[in-house]
Design a protein around this ligand. Structure first.
Ligand SMILES: [Zn+2]
Length: 163
């Protein structure tokens, strides 16, 4: 499990925060360029986005629109919305990628490995047998962003079919 969770300590979020001092999640919410930012679902209080530094194929982040650092700062309606979106994402991933299992979790606080502790987010990581070497450190970022784009389009397509 260490291997799986450790990379999230160095997500793009940390790097961007260092440069802009602003929350990247809040920025992409307001930007309204969902395709560019890989946001594939929005609900009333929450949204889902592909992690652009995925640790596995289909690594998704689900979070509230509101900038809070812990779930206990969310209202009940926001919590329910968040959990519903998480479930919907998992169902969608199952349809599109058909993984054999999932790691779903939240890192609260920097000591727990949160790349950016300011804006609480739930990781959904699909798992397949023998998948631990999905993205070696030396992986070509261009290849990854291309495969992200392909996955993003598939998620949108399957989502539309369902509705
Ligand atoms: Zn934020």
């Amino acid at each position: 499990m260490d291997k799986l969770w450790a990379p999230w300590r160095q997500t793009y979020v940390t790097q961007l925060i260092g440069k802009t001092k602003k929350c990247v999640f809040c920025r992409i919410i307001k930007e309204r360029k969902d395709k560019k930012n890989f946001i594939f679902m929005r609900t009333k209080y929450s949204f889902a986005v592909l992690n652009i530094y995925p640790y596995n194929n289909g690594h998704v982040l689900v979070m509230p629109f509101r900038h809070v650092d812990d779930l206990d700062k969310l209202q009940e309606k926001e919590l329910v919305d968040l959990m519903n979106l998480m479930t919907a994402c998992k169902k969608l991933l199952q349809k599109v990628l058909g993984p054999k299992g999932y790691n779903i979790g939240i890192n609260l606080g920097r000591v727990a490995g949160a790349g950016f502790p300011g804006h609480v987010h739930i990781h959904i990581v699909p798992r397949w047998p023998g998948d631990v070497n999905f993205m070696p450190v030396t992986a070509d970022i261009k290849v990854i962003s291309q495969s992200l784009r392909t996955l993003y389009e598939r998620l949108l397509r399957v989502q539309k079919k369902k509705v």
